[in-house]
Design a protein around this ligand. Sequence first.
Ligand SMILES: Cc1ncc(COP(=O)(O)O)c(C=O)c1O
Length: 383
Amino acid sequence: MSQLGTETAFEVLARAEQLAREGRDIINLGIGQPDFKTPPHIVEAAVKALHDGHHGYTPSPGIPALREAVCRDIEKYRGVSVGPERIVAVPGGKVTMFFAIMMFGEAGAEILYPNPGFPIYESVIKFSGATPVPIPLLEERDFSFDAEAVLDSITPRTRLLIINSPANPTGGTIPRETIDTLVAGLEKHPHVAVMSDEIYSRMTYDGLEHASLMAYPALRERVILLDGWSKTYAMTGWRLGYGVWPAGLVDAAIRMAVNSYSCVNAAAQYAGIAALTGPQAPVGDMISAFDARRRLVVERLNAIPGLSCVMPGGAFYAFPNITGTGLSAKELERALLERAGVATIAGSSFGAHGEGYLRVSYANSRANIEAAMGRIRDCLAQL
Ligand SMILES: Cc1ncc(COP(=O)(O)O)c(C=O)c1O
């Protein structure tokens, strides 16, 4: 158990809430979820499901209509045809991650993962007994990676490669050419499976098209796709996600489900169908709002002495370089929260390669973002 890590975002949130209870005015830019509410037609679908008596267990991988709706969504947004038998609904995207890493990880195995990256990758890799091998994400590549360097890190012990685009915590996206190079190189390493975390797939900006690992026929039988409803439909608290598993791994994923949570909350599954099959305008409106805030936050961060920030291509995070402040990421996180009342997350919370950066979530109102940027500037001027 000592190998199992955690997600610092929850600790910062707890401290920010404690300060707020003590009467401090806190602006939370540490948060990893949309500040929007779930669209009403989705909420109504869940309420209706409860009134209609959907109170029992469902099939473990999800009700058939949900799995079929996921397939149509994958066809629509990724141009890929998969059968519903490959879909396993899970209580949150995180669960697909946990299952995949536990399936492939064991003592002596190596798992490649993005660093800085979602902290649960490294945590669960260590928990599984495997060795975490970081893929450094590079600011000079807008937080993508060097595909040749990744291929060079593969050894006979490598079991799984984790990719996340658009990414938490950097907001970076991996260009299609980089994925092309990676996929071509992987043909020489048939023993390596890939888990592609595409939970932010709908959140790309500047007309950028999401490049999905699912779309490469060469990887068809070794890609596990992680996606879900949490970010796209502002449904983090509903706990609903899905995995698309290679044919040879579906039964294992379902057995993991049966051994842990049996099935996802039935009403949430009906909400999930409404989300995928209903109007997409609320998603578009939310992403437009994020886009405008993204420009605002990057412009304001770059105007603060000591900070510099590349323009993120996706998700709802900016990842400014803070080395000009002379402070460590944790020191700056603490100073901003305690002195300026602005919650952010130290880049080092996302792995060693995140030192020298800060994660700033712009899932907050324009007014709060403006106010927070003023506070950060003033706080740094006084330090
Ligand atoms: C990269 C990434 N993957 C997966 C998840 C987990 O999503 P869920 O809330 O659906 O479990 C998150 C949530 O923050 C994330 O940032």
